[in-house]
Design a protein around this ligand. Structure first.
Ligand SMILES: NC(=O)c1ccc[n+]([C@@H]2O[C@H](COP(=O)([O-])OP(=O)(O)OC[C@H]3O[C@@H](n4cnc5c(N)ncnc54)[C@H](O)[C@@H]3O)[C@@H](O)[C@H]2O)c1
Length: 344
C-alpha cells in the first residue's frame, strides 16, 4: 500500500488548478479528488491528473484515502468546509484570506486545533528570493531600525471579474474587495517583514467599479516599532503597475518590485542571489507560484515529521487584523487601533 498523502482540492476556479498542479508535482503527495460544483471546471482537471471529480464537499470528507483538503473556494465558504474537514480528521490548507473577518478566522483555527488537525494558511509570496531576503535583512539587523515601510499594490480588474464571479466585491461573500483579496498578500508581507501594525487611518472606496466594497484603498500605518508607512491596494489602476514594497531603515533602502529586489542600497551588505536549487523548484518559473508548491510540499513533510506547517492558521491573523482596522477607519472616519492576534 502506498504511504503517499492523499489530497483533495475543493474549488477549482482561478487558483484551484495551481494547487492541483503542485500536489501532482510534490514528493509523497497524491491528488485523489477534485471537487467543484461546475463540471466544466472539475471534470477535465480531475481527468488530467487521474483523480475523481466530486461535486459535494461532504462526500470528500467521507473518503479514507484523503488526508489533506485544499480549500480554494470563495472566502465565505472557508469556515464551513474547513469545519467539515477538521471534524472528519483531515488536515487543511486554506487559501488567503483565511476567512471574511477575525471572528470567523478564529473559529476556523479553533476547530482545526480542537480536532488535532494541521492548518496551513497560503501566503505564497513569502517564498520568493526578493521578499525572503528583505525579511531577513530587517530581522537580522542588516537594515537597522525601520523608519518607513510602504506597500503600493496598484492593479486592474475588469467589471466582469466582479460581476461574473457572484461573490467578489461584496461584503457578505468576500469581506471587502481589493484590500482583502489582492492587498492581503502585501499586508501579510508588511506585517511579516516590518512587524505588527499598531494603528491605522485610511480610506477604502470604490472609484471605478460597480461593487459594494473597495477597489481603491489607501491607509497610513504606525508600526509597533515606531516606523510609519502607507498601504495602497487597488484594482482600479489601469494598466496594472508592479506590486511595490519600499523599506527604509537606518542603514539603507530596499525596494521590491513584483517580488524581485529592484533596489538594494544597504551599507556594507551584499544582496546575494538565489541558489540553483531554489531556481529549479517547481513553480519557480512562474514567480510567486513557487510558494504554492513549497507550502503543499511542506504539508506532506509536516505530517511525516509530526510538526506544524511553516505558515500556520494563526499566521493569517495579523494581516486580517490590519485589513479589518482599515475598513473600520473608512466607516468611522477615525484612526483605529489594530486588534493584535493575542487578543483575537
Ligand atoms: N494565493 C493566490 O494567489 C490566490 C489567487 C486567486 C484566489 N485566491 C483565493 O482563493 C479562493 C478562491 O478564489 P478563486 O478566485 O479561485 O475563486 P473562483 O470563483 O474563481 O473559484 C471558486 C470555485 O469554487 C467552486 N465552488 C463554489 N462553491 C462550491 C461548493 N459549495 N462546492 C464545490 N465547489 C464550489 C466554483 O464553482 C468555482 O469554480 C479565494 O479565497 C481567493 O482569495 C488566492
Amino acid at each position: 500500500m502506498s504511504d503517499n498523502v492523499g489530497f483533495a482540492v475543493v474549488g477549482v476556479g482561478l487558483v484551484g488548478p495551481t494547487h492541483a498542479r503542485f500536489i501532482h508535482a510534490a514528493e509523497g503527495a497524491e491528488l485523489k479528488v477534485i471537487c467543484d460544483l461546475r463540471e466544466d471546471r472539475g471534470k477535465p482537471l480531475a481527468e488530467k491528473y487521474g483523480a475523481e471529480w466530486l461535486t459535494d464537499f461532504r462526500e470528500v470528507m467521507k473518503r479514507p484515502d484523503i488526508q489533506v483538503v485544499n480549500i480554494c473556494l470563495p472566502t465565505a465558504l472557508h469556515l464551513e468546509v474547513a469545519t467539515a474537514a477538521a471534524e472528519a480528521g483531515k488536515h487543511v490548507i486554506v487559501e488567503k484570506p483565511i476567512e471574511l473577518n477575525l471572528d470567523r478566522a478564529s473559529k476556523l483555527i479553533a476547530v482545526c486545533r480542537r480536532n488535532g488537525v494541521k492548518l496551513a494558511s497560503i501566503f505564497n509570496r513569502r517564498f520568493v528570493f526578493g521578499t525572503r531576503r528583505a525579511h531577513d535583512a530587517v530581522h537580522n539587523g542588516e537594515l537597522g531600525r525601520l523608519v518607513v515601510a510602504d506597500m503600493f499594490f496598484k492593479s486592474w480588474r475588469t467589471q466582469e471579474y466582479y460581476t461574473e464571479s457572484g461573490w467578489r466585491g461584496t461584503w457578505g461573500k468576500e469581506g471587502g474587495a481589493s484590500l482583502i483579496n489582492q492587498g492581503v498578500h502585501g499586508v501579510d508581507l508588511m506585517t511579516w517583514i516590518a512587524g505588527p501594525v499598531k494603528r491605522v487611518q485610511g480610506y477604502a472606496r470604490h472609484l471605478r467599479h460597480d461593487i459594494e466594497a473597495d477597489d481603491t484603498t489607501i491607509a497610513v500605518c504606525e508600526y509597533e516599532s515606531g516606523a510609519l508607512g502607507v498601504i495602497e491596494s487597488t484594482t482600479s489602476v489601469y494598466p496594472r503597475q508592479p506590486d511595490r514594497i519600499e523599506l527604509n531603515g537606518e542603514k539603507g533602502t530596499i525596494v521590491i518590485e513584483d517580488y524581485k529586489i529592484a533596489k538594494w542600497e544597504v551599507d556594507g551588505v551584499e544582496l546575494g542571489e538565489p541558489s540553483a536549487a531554489e531556481l529549479a523548484r517547481p513553480g519557480a518559473d512562474r514567480g510567486t507560484a513557487v510558494g504554492h508548491f513549497l507550502q503543499i510540499q511542506d504539508m506532506v513533510y509536516a505530517i511525516r515529521e509530526r510538526r506544524d506547517p511553516v505558515i500556520k492558521g494563526e499566521d493569517a491573523l495579523p494581516s486580517l487584523a490590519v485589513i479589518q482596522a482599515i475598513y473600520e477607519a473608512e466607516r468611522t472616519g477615525q484612526p483605529v487601533e489594530v486588534r493584535q492576534p493575542a487578543t483575537v
